[in-house]
Write a protein that binds this ligand. Structure first.
Ligand code: ADP
Length: 494
């Protein structure tokens, strides 16, 4: 029975719109929390894909002029989710990436686009929708960072309702949403909001900073990242504020959807399998080799990388260890897109090592499943990684993770050191510091293990047995929601 209502506010949600892990998390949480008595509705921008998926929906509210144009709030079901879409064509009826124009530049009006989203979230928090008054608003990343600011400072015809408790989740502190101070009026925020305790950040308006200052609670997506961002090295300028709020900052690991990611039922695979039928992975390995134009000879270690191509993800380290991998008879199949310089270097590497290095530039959800279903190992050499999902898919699919020991990678993979091997708990390989040399040493460890098939198989099976679902994290979120709602005096009896 539902006893708590949560409005989740995000700029992307799987399966409707996704550029990264944020969408996976916002897409999975509602289903994971429902059995725990928590109803989550998700407020997202009405991008073309969202409006198409929603169809007609039910229009709740319209604004003749919301931040420069007419807008409607449409409710409906899409992708198994209960969605509230902000249908504001002047802000969101644009094709392609949710944040970038066709030239790859941030849309110049991103402050207004996501300001409007946050403003509407606050209105819903104040009781805009009769049948759904949230106890908690869960804001995700900078795009929803102004929600607590609008609740605190925004003007609204509906002032009477008691405001909900607020949480902001940091999925990646590197993206902070900073905009010129002169947008304050266009964002319908009073000058009283422009203080160090409010939205001001080094003379600008800081969306994420506002959320971190004003939300009742802050979460991030792994315990190690929660600790790391309180230090100057990974705090990205916000470490002081995060230290100040450390008693209201929690790290909760992401889970994955074990149905979407299920090697026994995955239609994207050439052959489906479970931990008792690992030899079926060979057919998937062959399919990958064909797709990436890799040599079908031999049975060397096939490593995959599935990633945005940015400096965060340590792609330069992948390039640096290629000679060693290839010399050992290994192969690389990389799927990714992003930084043009990295794309060019990867294309050049594929040309340098024909049959041993295959690169596909682009975003392809189905192919990412096949890679998980047939590669031997997945490499995640991130310089920082709030949680990381690809190593979790790797565990579930028997693709042994080789990861940098940082953030959520440190929390989810058990390194195959001697003690862990003796205790039979190792599920992958970690390296630190995050350098090409350290990765090279760890790659050598992985290769040694791979040449001992029973040891490798045992590692795959342990990974596949690990619980990487939302079961545990969902309980943690439910407890947090309830404690915050109770603190606001809004908890309803179950
Ligand atoms: P981030 O959110 O920083 O990009 P995560 O590991 O948390 O990193 O999530 C990345 C998600 O995006 C995973 O679901 C991964 O499989 C997917 N992904 C990344 N790049 C691609 C790509 N080129 N094609 C398909 N899926 C991708």
């Amino acid at each position: 029975m539902i006893d708590l209502r949560v409005l989740s506010v995000a700029s992307e949600v799987f399966p409707l719109v996704k550029t990264g892990g944020l969408a996976d998390v916002t897409g999975a949480l509602p289903g994971a929390l429902a059995p725990l008595g928590v109803e989550i509705r998700t407020l997202i921008p009405g991008y073309p894909a969202v409006m198409k998926a929603l169809g007609r929906g039910e229009a709740f509210q319209d604004w003749p002029d919301l931040f420069g144009g007419p807008a409607k709030l449409i409710a409906g079901k899409a992708g198994g989710l209960s969605v509230l879409a902000l249908d504001a064509p002047h802000l969101f009826d644009r094709p392609g990436n949710p944040y970038l124009d066709a030239g790859g530049k941030d849309w110049p009006d991103n402050a207004l686009r996501f300001g409007a989203l946050s403003h509407v979230a606050a209105e819903i928090g104040r009781g805009l929708i009769g049948g759904f008054v949230p106890d908690v608003i869960h804001a995700h990343d900078w795009q929803a960072g102004l929600v607590p600011a609008y609740l605190r400072f925004g003007s609204s015809p509906k002032k009477s309702a008691k405001p909900p408790a607020t949480i902001i989740t940091v999925h990646n502190l590197a993206y902070q949403g900073q905009f010129p101070a002169n947008l304050l009026a266009a964002l319908h925020l009073p000058t009283a909001a422009f203080t160090m305790e409010g939205v001001e950040y080094y003379g600008q308006i800081g969306f994420l900073k506002a959320g971190l200052s004003l939300a009742d609670h802050i979460t991030t997506v792994s315990p190690t990242y929660a600790a790391e961002i309180q230090g100057s090295e990974m705090g990205m300028g916000l470490d002081g504020l995060l230290r100040h709020r450390s008693h209201e900052l929690t790290g909760i690991l992401n889970g994955i959807d074990p149905e979407v990611w299920n090697p026994a039922k995955d239609a994207n695979l050439a052959a489906r399998y479970d931990s008792g039928k690992l030899e079926a992975r060979k057919a998937n390995k062959a399919a990958i080799r064909k797709k990436f134009a890799l040599s079908a000879e031999g049975n060397g270690l096939l490593v995959t990388v599935i990633s945005r191509l940015t400096s965060q993800k340590g792609i330069d380290l992948v390039l640096a260890v290629l000679p060693r991998l290839v010399a050992e008879g290994g192969q690389l199949a990389l799927l990714g897109n992003g930084d043009p310089g990295l794309q060019a270097e990867l294309t050049a590497a594929a040309a340098r090592y024909p049959g041993q290095v295959g690169v596909i530039l682009g975003y392809d959800e189905g192919l990412s499943h096949l890679l998980q279903g047939g590669a031997d190992a997945i490499l995640v050499p991130s310089r920082f990684e709030p949680c990381g999902l690809t190593q979790l898919y790797g565990l579930r699919y028997g693709t042994v993770p080789i990861v940098a020991r940082t953030g959520g990678l440190a929390d989810t993979v058990i390194d195959a050191n001697d003690v862990a091997l003796a205790a039979r708990v190792a599920t992958g390989f970690q390296f630190v510091p995050v350098t090409a040399d350290a990765l090279g040493v760890t790659l050598a460890r992985a290769l040694r293990c791979y040449r001992d098939p029973p040891a490798w198989r045992a590692m795959q099976k342990r990974g596949m047995a690990a619980d990487v679902s939302w079961r545990r994290p969902a309980v943690q979120y439910a407890e947090l929601y309830r404690s915050l709602a109770a603190a606001r005096g809004k908890a309803k009896s179950a």
